[in-house]
Design a binder for this molecule. Sequence first.
Ligand code: SF4
Length: 188
Amino acid sequence: MRTVLDARTSSRYATRGRSGIHSVLDVETALATADTAARLRDQLAAGERLSGPAARRALTAATQAPRFEGRIVPRTFATKARTYLERDGTVLFDNPDALLICAFKHDTALCEPDSGATAPRQYGCRPGCANTVRTDTHARQLRESASEPGQLANRLPPPVARRLRANADRLHDTAQPHDTTAQTAEAP
Ligand code: SF4
């Protein structure tokens, strides 16, 4: 079973109600987050390191999350999906726009989720959030994202070039702490 929507889309609607289409979206969101946990588990097994304030929680979540690949999803799964998403602090949301994994904990989320929401507002993701986790892959992607505007800036008028360089610097600065703090799954 592959998820149809990613959690950025499905969780936006799934936070608003709990019947009809929303139960379907709960299922999509739960499956997407389980995919994220499974991918992280595979990355850790391949030796990737983790950084960020929620790295320990993410490690626990990755090792404990169920795999749903190849399973038929029965109607009763909607209730299980809702319960799964209510495990505040141990559900992992992939956020490819911000190049991070969000180990969503409602009380510490900087994206101002709705009251009682079981998913973050990923489009409102803010730097410095205590739910942030990054892998070696994220750090590499941040640097790759920085290199393009950095090179483009050399060919553009100064005001535009300054903005692009500032953006490239911001991406580099976001990646830099990963190098000094990242740890493998085996680290104490
Ligand atoms: S601000 Fe925090 S809780 Fe919200 S999406 Fe970003 S990392 Fe997750």
